[in-house]
Design a protein around this ligand. Structure first.
Ligand SMILES: NC(=O)C1=CN([C@@H]2O[C@H](COP(=O)(O)OP(=O)(O)OC[C@H]3O[C@@H](n4cnc5c(N)ncnc54)[C@H](OP(=O)(O)O)[C@@H]3O)[C@@H](O)[C@H]2O)C=CC1
Ligand SMILES: O=C1O[C@H](COP(=O)(O)O)[C@@H](O)[C@H](O)[C@H]1O
Length: 794
């Protein structure tokens, strides 16, 4: 059954009613997944209604221009739409996106389709629409339709809505790929609104179509996508490429695109994806390949993905750095990191590897080596970029129809802008997507982050789909239990009622390391623990705990909700912060922070911090969000702990509070500390827990490293676990005044900041406990959750 529109309260409403800023227009498509044909048709109708209603609400007088595409899917949608008598039909002016050059009553005619669908109920008629007059000779028909549309647009402005379908060959309107250079030039020429095209693939050889440029100019471009094959094609579109091959990309570049999908976008058949994959090649270029991150994380993650068969079928990895190294030397540097990925052994002369914690064995891991190469070059050198491009084109990509390139910037941020400035014009693939992964730190405060972002954005564009994309990595967003937060919160109704200030007393997010800076003190001293893990990793976890339910699981819907919650957090007050720096261990055996080479003797750099922030919204007002992070503490651990309020009434005396704990590492688990009756004759209650320890409950061989997950997301064009620019700005806004105070810079509040000392291996400075207690956290004593089984992999 179809719902009864019009009600502008659906999930489309925010999209329609908000003013569209320039940035928003450059957002990627919004997707609306449907699980049945009925709901698909209902969603399509509802989308149109909400767009129309949104326009009517903001402008009570002008006409609303709607371009309609033909086909069997739209016919059903338009039939339902045509039944909505309560719409202000006199305000709507329809025109055709394309038409077959056949008489109006011909079975292939789109005008006939409109007659039999939209006009069937009598709410509107063909005479009220602007359509091509196919009774005229073809060239006159085109010229007249161009004139009619020009007049319409000059009177009422550009179209409000254009509805589109997409053929399994990727055509939209009547633009059939691959478009020749001449056709592409025509299609995108703003001066000519209507064109003649031809096809042998579908009914109606001669076509009359509006230009891609006119489609792109519509405020809302909505794709009605129904069927597995169309969805597979759409996935290809989302992976980027050239608009000549996939004209939908031209519309996406313009922003304002929505796609209503049945079956859901996520359910596209794997076979289709595989077929497309065999025709394409992907190159991973790791810039800064001689460095620490490349050695410790990037290459091991790529290697694990290879062993698990998760990398694209055809790929090359280029390690790129300035250091002159032979390939063998380069490989030797990588080998310690790679060998930690699993156990290598030789079985009947075949080298094999068993990934850490996994029963599965990968044969021929040495094949990975064959896919890697080392390239010595400067980061900002156009000559070197051109050399790399030539190597890739000639040696690795020549035989493939599509070639994608991922640039992983494992570089100091000072090098980011120079590198992309040199690489983009000369070493970007011209026949596939180009994506750039950027590593933290993304600046050291709000102004520096803005500067870095604008330097990057001057060269790259933060578009969701398009030839260029930036992926800002925060590796905590790739951790299993951080990813699990969304599923726990929005996949269960059980937590919904308690998830607010009605029941939650406080939320604690904790990060502890049992090692010090270990030789990285020189670097760490410029950063400190707050910038190192709190402004990014812990704040990301906080956001996932506090955000509202997103409209869908797609990238932008999730990131929109995250930004909203960040906007509701006031900058942290200095009096809500306790700082510490570790000293030598109590037994004197382990060195203190200042003993680390490179750390100045008078360093005031915090290696520990506890801080409190508040979210100023209806759900969370008054609930302290307490973050604690430190190096050189008593254990290695990261968790989110949601402490509920005291039980009123005291029926069983004073009880410790219920706590819902998400253990991020080690021993990934979710547990809830609750009370139950002591078993047996006693009537006492005793603390126990509901426990979901991942390694007990699930038969998991291993949990992938966060970097594996995130690299794979980038290959798949999935940005939900990457940090968007507005998200980053908000994060810095919350932390910058307090950081400036600590740094002694202007702009922060005037409180003097004390750095407390704490011995290596302790729980941190006692002042931290005092702060946490001040904000109402009650520590449970006498009962500790213990993992039943040690995790197989960490
Ligand atoms: N290491 C880690 O665990 C983590 C690192 N990161 C981030 O990842 C990025 C890379 O980190 P990491 O590998 O540790 O960094 P490195 O200091 O090891 O630098 C990586 C490579 O960049 C080149 N490089 C270094 N300094 C300069 C410079 N001033 N000018 C030009 N090139 C330079 C060097 O290669 P060559 O001289 O051969 O060109 C070096 O091997 C950084 O942004 C870092 O903050 C993020 C999280 C964790
Ligand atoms: O980003 C960083 O994270 C690590 C901790 O990461 P984990 O995955 O081991 O929890 C931290 O040691 C490092 O200082 C910081 O830059």
């Amino acid at each position: 059954m179809l719902p009864t529109p019009p009600t502008p309260v659906s999930r489309f409403a925010s999209q329609v009613s908000r003013a569209r800023s320039k940035e928003e227009l450059h957002e990627g498509p919004r997707h609306y997944d449907c699980h049945s044909e009925d709901s698909f048709i209902a969603e399509c109708v509802r989308f149109l209604v909400v767009c129309i209603q949104g326009r009517i609400d903001t402008d009570p007088y002008s006409k609303i221009l709607i371009g309609l595409s033909g086909g069997s899917t739209p016919k059903k949608i338009l039939t339902e739409f045509g039944r909505l008598e309560e719409l202000e039909w006199s305000r709507l002016v329809f025109f055709l996106v394309d038409e077959r050059y056949v008489p109006r009553d011909h079975p292939d005619s789109n005008q006939r389709m409109l007659q039999e669908s939209l006009c069937k109920n009598g709410c509107t008629s063909l005479d009220a629409m602007v359509v091509p007059d196919t009774s005229l000779p073809l060239d006159q028909c085109i010229a007249k339709y161009h004139q009619d549309l020009s007049a319409l647009i000059s009177q009422h402005g550009t179209p409000d809505i254009v509805t589109l379908g997409m053929g399994e060959d990727g055509h939209i309107a009547s633009w059939f790929p691959t478009l020749s250079p001449a056709d592409y030039a025509r299609a995108t020429d703003p001066a000519q609104l209507v064109h003649h095209t031809q096809t042998d693939r579908f009914a109606g050889k001669d076509r009359i179509t509006i230009s891609l440029d006119l489609i792109a100019r519509a405020t809302h471009k909505v794709y009605f996508l129904s069927g597995e094959n169309k969805m597979a094609k759409w996935r290809e579109v989302l992976h980027g490429g050239l608009p000549q091959d996939l004209p939908a990309l031209y519309t996406i570049e313009a922003g304002g695109v929505s796609a209503i999908c049945y079956p859901p976008l996520s359910a596209v058949s794997q076979d289709d994806a595989k077929r497309a994959e065999s025709e394409e090649h992907t190159t991973f270029v790791v810039l800064g390949a001689s460095g620490d991150l490349a050695k410790k994380k990037t290459f091991p993650a790529l290697f694990s993905l290879f062993c698990e068969g998760r990398l694209p079928r055809n790929f090359t990895i280029v390690g790129y750095a300035r250091t002159e190294l032979s390939f063998d030397d380069f490989w030797e540097r990588l080998s310690p990191g790679l060998s930690k990925v699993g156990a290598f052994f030789c079985d009947k002369g075949t080298l094999s590897v068993r990934l850490r914690g996994m029963s599965h064995i990968c044969l021929f891991p040495d094949k990975f080596r064959e896919r890697c190469t080392y390239f010595c070059g400067q980061y900002g050198s156009p000559d070197d970029a051109a050399r790399l491009d030539k190597l890739l084109q000639d040696k690795h990509e020549a035989k493939f129809a599509r070639a994608n390139r991922m640039y992983y910037l494992a570089l100091p941020p000072t090098q980011f802008a120079d590198a992309v400035r040199a690489f983009k014009p000369l070493a970007w693939s011209q026949k596939g997507w180009n994506r750039v992964i950027v590593e933290k730190p993304f600046g050291h405060d709000l102004p520096s982050s803005d500067k870095l972002a604008s330097e990057l954005m001057a060269v790259l564009e933060e578009k969701e789909v398009g030839p260029t994309q930036t992926y800002r990595i925060d590796h905590y967003l790739g951790k299993e239990m951080v990813l699990n937060l969304m599923a726990l919160r929005f996949g269960n109704v059980a937590f919904t009622p308690i998830w607010s200030n009605h029941y939650v007393a406080n939320v604690r997010i904790t990060f502890k390391e049992d090692i010090g800076t270990e030789g990285r003190g020189g670097y760490f001293d410029k950063v400190g623990i707050i910038r190192d893990v709190m402004q990014n990793h812990l704040l990301q976890m906080l956001t996932l705990v506090a955000m509202e339910r997103p409209a869908s699981l797609l990238d932008e819907d999730i990131r929109d909700e995250k930004v909203k919650v960040l906007k509701q957090i006031a900058p942290i007050k200095t009096e809500h912060v306790v700082l510490g720096q570790y000293t030598r261990s109590e037994d004197g055996k382990t060195p203190g922070y200042k003993d680390d080479p490179g750390v100045p003797a008078d360093s005031q750099c915090p290696t520990f911090a506890t801080l409190v922030m508040f979210i100023n919204n209806e759900r969370w007002a008054g609930v302290p969000f307490i973050m604690k992070a430190g190096k050189a503490l008593e254990e290695r651990m990261a968790e989110v702990r949601i402490q509920l309020k005291d039980v009123p009434g005291g029926l069983f005396g004073e009880l410790a509070r219920n706590e819902f704990v998400i253990k991020v590492q080690p021993n990934e688990a979710v547990y809830m500390k609750i009370y139950g009756k002591q078993p047996g004759l006693s009537n006492e209650v005793e603390q126990t827990e509901l426990d979901l320890s991942l390694h007990d409950r699930f038969d998991i061989d291993r949990l992938p490293d966060a970097y594996e997950r995130l690299i794979l997301d980038c290959v798949n064009g999935d940005k939900r676990n990457f940090v968007r620019t507005d998200e980053l700005r908000e994060a810095w806004r919350i932390f910058t005044p307090m950081l400036h105070t600590i740094d002694g810079l202007a702009g922060g509040d005037a409180m003097p900041v004390t750095i407390h000392t704490y011995p290596f291996g302790s729980r941190g400075p006692p002042d931290s406990d005092a702060l946490v207690q001040h904000f109402g956290y009650k520590r449970t004593t006498g009962y500790t959750w213990k993992p039943k089984k040690k995790a197989g992999a960490e």
